[in-house]
Every structure is written in C-alpha cells, then in structure tokens.
Design a protein around this ligand. Structure first.
Ligand code: MD3
Ligand code: FE
Length: 204
C-alpha cells in the first residue's frame, strides 16, 4: 500500500489474475446488457475518446445538452442499468471503509489511443464516500494534482490488478489518464484497458 497523496491510496497488484478474470467476466455481462456508449462534452458536444457504460442503480453519463450527470437509465437503450455484480459490492466492503454500498460502477473502456483529460469528479453528493478504482488490462500513465487545475501534478503507472482508493483530501483533486502502455497485459486484447470506479452518489 502506497499513500500517493493524503487520502489517495494505491494498492499495487491487489487483485490476483484469477480475480481480475472474474471481474472481467462480470463486466463483459454488464456490457452485453448495457452497451458501451461514447459520452460527449457539455455544450461543445466533443466526443470523449473513452467509451463508457455503468452498472448499479445509477450511472454517470454526459452529453452536449444534458451535461455531466447521474441517471438511472442507459442513454441509448433507455433501460435501467444492470445490477452491480456481487464481486464489486464485496470489493467495496473490503476496501472502501464506508458503510452504505456503492450506487454506481462507471466502466471506462480505453482502446490503445484513448486518454482522459484532467478533471475533478464532483457530481456525487456524498463527499465523505471514497471513490474506488480498479484497473484491468493495459497499464496506463495516471496523473494527479491538487484541488486547483494549475496545482503541480505527479504521475504514476497503474497496472492490471491495481486498486486506488480516493478519499479524504484527495477526493476533489484533479486527475486524468495521459496514455496507455502497449503490450503490458495479457488480460484484455488489443492493448485496451478497462477502469472501474465504484461511487456512492446520494448522501448516506
Ligand atoms: C484521483 N477514471 O472515471 S480512476 C473517472 O483510470 C476517472 O479511468 C480514471 O478519473 C481511469 O472519473 C482514473 C482513479 C481516480 C478516480 C477518481 C479520482 C483517481 C482520482 C478522484 C480524485 C483524485
Ligand atoms: Fe475521475
């Protein structure tokens, strides 16, 4: 366990290969029921390079007209999000240190060229709950800074099986994914990466 910053805890290789495979199998089921969609930026409509889906009672979405938000249904199918698999609820109990269960699991699918610009996760209304991040597949270069966009940043490589717990002072800090590293995992084909973030959205 490495404290990258106050409240930002990295657990390198926290999940075994077998557990990563089990998580991936659950996520493939989620994607079958709730296909990946391409979010777009508020106002400009510029597409993200990361595709997304969700499971749980709420899911994070974004589009030009509605902006960033959580909602109970898939933006394209209109169906409720699939249930959160027990593997994810169990992981939250083990790692979050926060009692009420997560409501959303945002699934980020990065193909080889995808990235995620610096941003803050501020659409959740329960600031005491941490965000849990699980990395699967290709490694990435992750960047994190402070609460202001122009605070200095540091970088760390996140690999398949790593868990990051984001809480305390780090919960509302800027962060992003600069790039993926090819040929770093055999879990997912084509040098792709999947990141899962578990979130409590409504006040406990
Ligand atoms: C640090 N995802 O979905 S997860 C996101 O790897 C997101 O896909 C990245 O940022 C990814 O919003 C990073 C790790 C993470 C998540 C939230 C944070 C790190 C964080 C919030 C504050 C500081
Ligand atoms: Fe984020």
């Amino acid at each position: 366990m490495i404290e990258l910053a106050p409240g930002l805890i990295l657990h390198p290789a926290r999940f075994s290969r077998a557990h990563q495979e089990a998580l991936l199998a659950d996520i493939r089921e989620v994607v079958r029921a709730a296909p990946l969609f391409t979010p777009t930026m508020p106002r400009t409509g510029k597409p993200f390079s990361v595709r997304m889906t969700n499971c749980g009672s709420l899911g994070w979405v974004s589009d030009r007209d509605g902006g960033y938000r959580y909602q109970a249904t898939h933006p394209l199918t209109g169906e409720p999000w699939p249930a959160m698999p027990p593997t994810l609820i169990d992981a939250w109990r083990e790692l979050a240190g926060f009692d009420p269960p997560p409501e959303a699991c945002l699934v980020n699918f990065y193909d080889a060229g995808a990235r995620m610009g610096l941003h803050v996760d501020a659409d959740e209304k329960e600031p005491r709950a941490p965000v849990l991040s699980f990395s699967l597949g290709a490694a990435c270069l992750f960047r994190y800074g402070g609460p202001k966009r122009n605070d200095p940043t540091r970088s760390v490589k996140l690999s398949s099986g790593d868990v990051v717990v984001i809480g305390g002072e780090s919960r509302f800090c800027y962060h992003g994914v600069d790039r993926l590293y090819p040929a770093t995992s055999t879990l997912i084909a084509n040098d792709a990466r999947i990141n899962l973030t578990l979130r409590r959205v409504t006040p406990a």
